[in-house]
Design a protein around this ligand. Structure first.
Ligand SMILES: Cc1cc2nc3c(=O)[nH]c(=O)nc-3n(C[C@H](O)[C@H](O)[C@H](O)COP(=O)(O)O)c2cc1C
Length: 348
């Protein structure tokens, strides 16, 4: 009988394989960006060569408002993925999200791999990551602090995944004292905390609950990209839960609603969940995201074109964003964020 850590590692391997090979996208739901169009600005005076994307991410300067969303770790192929993504992120000077570090809390056999990731990542921001189930179970934070120190992590990311846990065989869909546990981590860890979903989205009310307890970033990780219900349904080889495949709030809706909290709260809003094209990226930023992230598209690009391919893709996306800024008369991302979108239905 394999022990629980073997099961976790087997699950990670299956997740990677499914995300690379099977179709785990939403079936009849999109990220919603197709309902918006940019307002063409015929009198644009923008000088494309002067557009600069440099921004700050929790006190570190980064070159693009983009992060590699948290994915995997703990098994050899996953560690190799993170080492390569660290190189892509370092070459672009953007933050790197790591997948759940649960495996590294339980023993120290992964410590040297974590140190290698920091070496490859040079000085870019690294996002440590744990699921809410583990956050609730953490009685002492010493093992989490040890992992944070090894990585010299800059930000702690907590992922909420009630749908995934519910769909997963041996999942743990039970989150007593969820907010209290997050509040405790916010207080005890000397790092800013971002809370994210994994593809079902964060609503305005949920974001408000989290910001009220001191969370400094919301990554909406909305519906329209990878369906984690879909991944677990495929793993379970049962069609019993098929009707949940498309569950979740579309990314564009989440960004628009959560962005309205900016009037009252100071936080970083990350737009993610199905950011698969430069137009998804530009529309996220125009709807109010401070930055964007992408997971499975980056993983697939790494798999087909290597770490340089990932860097090339992200640079290319931002070249297209520059063209969109030119055509909408936006000198800066702040300007792109000011009424540069129109709902498609208004056009006809
Ligand atoms: C292979 C893989 C593993 C993932 N593992 C994690 C994880 O450990 N922690 C986490 O917060 N999100 C994890 N995610 C979810 C992503 O960060 C992201 O929120 C989700 O896939 C939606 O983004 P996408 O549509 O760009 O893929 C994983 C995604 C992929 C593709």
């Amino acid at each position: 009988m394999p022990d629980s850590s073997d099961l976790i590692l087997k699950r990670k391997s299956e997740h990677l394989d499914l995300c690379l090979t099977d179709s785990v996208s939403f079936k009849n739901k999109s990220n919603g960006f197709e309902h918006y169009e940019f307002k063409h600005h015929a009198t644009t005076q923008v000088d494309i060569s002067k557009i600069d994307f440099t921004t700050e991410f929790f006190n570190k300067k980064i070159s693009y408002p983009f992060l590699i969303s948290c994915m995997t770790g703990g098994i050899e192929k996953a560690d190799n993925i993170n080492l390569k993504l660290a190189e892509s992120a370092a070459s672009l000077n953007i933050p790197l999200g790591l997948g759940s570090l649960r495996y590294a809390l339980e023993n120290n056999e992964h410590d040297s791999r974590l140190k290698e990731i920091r070496i490859n990542a040079k000085s870019i921001p690294i996002l440590a990551n744990l699921g809410i189930a583990q956050i609730i179970q953490q009685k002492k934070i010493s093992s989490l602090q040890r992992v944070i120190d090894l990585l010299e992590a800059d930000v702690m990311v907590i992922h909420l995944n009630p749908l995934q846990e519910l769909m997963q065989e041996n999942g743990e869909p039970n989150f007593p004292s969820l907010l209290k546990s997050i509040k405790n981590i916010v207080k005890k860890i000397n790092l800013p905390v971002i809370v994210k979903e994994v593809g079902a989205g964060i609503s305005k009310n949920v974001a408000k609950e989290l910001l009220d307890i001191g969370v400094k970033g919301i990554d909406v990780a909305g519906a329209g990209g990878t369906s984690w219900a879909g991944v677990e349904i495929l793993r379970s080889k049962s069609t019993q839960s098929e009707m949940f495949w498309d569950w979740g709030l579309p990314t564009s809706y989440c960004i628009r609603k959560v962005a309205s909290l900016k009037k009252k709260y100071d936080f970083i809003l990350v737009g993610s969940g199905g950011i698969d094209t430069p137009f998804d990226l530009a529309k996220s930023l125009a709807l109010g995201a401070d930055m964007c992230g992408s997971a499975r598209t980056i993983l697939k690009t790494l798999n087909s074109n290597g770490d340089e391919g990932v860097a090339t893709l992200i640079k290319h996306w931002f070249e297209i964003v520059k063209k969109i800024m030119f055509l909408t008369g936006s000198h800066s991302l702040d300007e792109l964020n000011r009424r540069k979108l129109v709902r498609s239905k208004e056009l006809f």
